[in-house]
Write a protein that binds this ligand. Structure first.
Ligand SMILES: Nc1ncnc2c1ncn2[C@@H]1O[C@H](COP(=O)(O)OP(=O)(O)O)[C@@H](O)[C@H]1O
Ligand SMILES: [Mg+2]
Length: 266
């Protein structure tokens, strides 16, 4: 197993009021090497927290997180995270945004440029190496962001709603791109989405989290063959899976908005 999570709980303590917020409560799951896992759940259920623990930016309050059998105890170069906003370095070109992570690792600039060039091609950005972030579109910026995460060959790629700022057509296109790139790299990936159809399209397994405090509600396998085309979104099998997942999410949404009322969970 690439990732093993046992009894993971995360509690935040609010600085002013000292109030404790349980973001994740007793989460258990494991991920086999090379899988593409999507995580969905109502907002505030701890999806970002889960990724932050895996990347090493947030310590667990209880439980264990193992990567290749070794406990995660802080950030490491075997993991990379892609956030919702691209946050590129505005004074660096596309090429030098992508080389940045390699430079930090001490790779000589000429070598870094060569390696980065391959990932710029992979991300479909050839010809834009010398552009600055403000000169390219939001979708392209997000692709630079992706190339920047991939260039260091992370064993674990964590993506936190990376396309939620993009318009729907571009978002579809980016889903295809991520699928295509992942077919080549086969990196173990955890991808948080709040769109059910995005999660199904990309995933080998969709993990559904419960409303806060987040725990695992269920894990749904997705068996569409790869490489996938956008057309699968129009099939009956896809729609059936969408219906099933949206029902599960509705239950959790109800739980979040009306925690004490009679509802679909009771
Ligand atoms: N740094 C923090 N300090 C205090 N509370 C936090 C912090 N980060 C997240 N939370 C709280 O933890 C819960 C889970 O947050 P988050 O992981 O961001 O959820 P999601 O990504 O699913 O929307 C929310 O109630 C949020 O307000
Ligand atoms: Mg989040």
């Amino acid at each position: 197993m690439k990732i093993e999570i046992e009894g993971l709980s995360v509690e935040y303590v609010l600085r002013r009021s000292r109030e404790r917020i349980t973001a994740l409560n007793d989460v258990n799951f494991s991920v086999a090497s090379g899988k593409f896992i999507c995580v969905i759940g109502p907002s505030g259920c701890g999806k970002s927290t889960l990724l932050k623990v895996l990347v090493g930016l947030q310590a667990p309050s209880a439980g264990k997180v193992l990567l290749d059998g070794v406990q995660v105890q802080g950030p490491g170069k075997n993991r990379a995270m892609v956030f919702q906003s691209a946050a590129l370095l505005p004074w660096r070109t596309v090429l030098h945004n992508v080389t940045y992570g390699l430079e930090i690792q001490g790779v000589p600039i000429k070598d870094a440029e060569k390696i980065a060039g391959d990932f710029i091609d992979l991300a479909g950005l050839s010809g834009f190496e010398e552009s600055y972030p403000h000169e390219i579109s939001g979708g392209m910026q997000q692709r630079v962001n992706l190339a920047r995460a991939l260039v260091t060959h992370p064993e674990l790629l964590l993506m936190d709603e990376p396309f939620s700022n993009l318009d729907p057509q571009l978002r579809n296109f980016m889903q295809l791109e991520v699928e295509r790139i992942w077919e080549q790299t086969r990196q173990t990936t955890l991808f948080v989405s709040h769109l059910i159809n995005e999660a199904i399209f990309l995933a080998d397994e969709v993990i559904v989290l419960t409303a806060r405090p987040g725990g695992i509600k269920t894990i749904v396998p997705v068996n569409f063959p790869r490489p996938r085309k956008l057309e699968i979104k129009k099939t009956a099998a896809f729609h059936a899976l969408e219906d099933r997942l949206s029902e599960l999410l509705d239950q959790e949404f109800h739980e979040m908005v009306y925690p004490l009322a009679p509802g679909p969970n009771r």
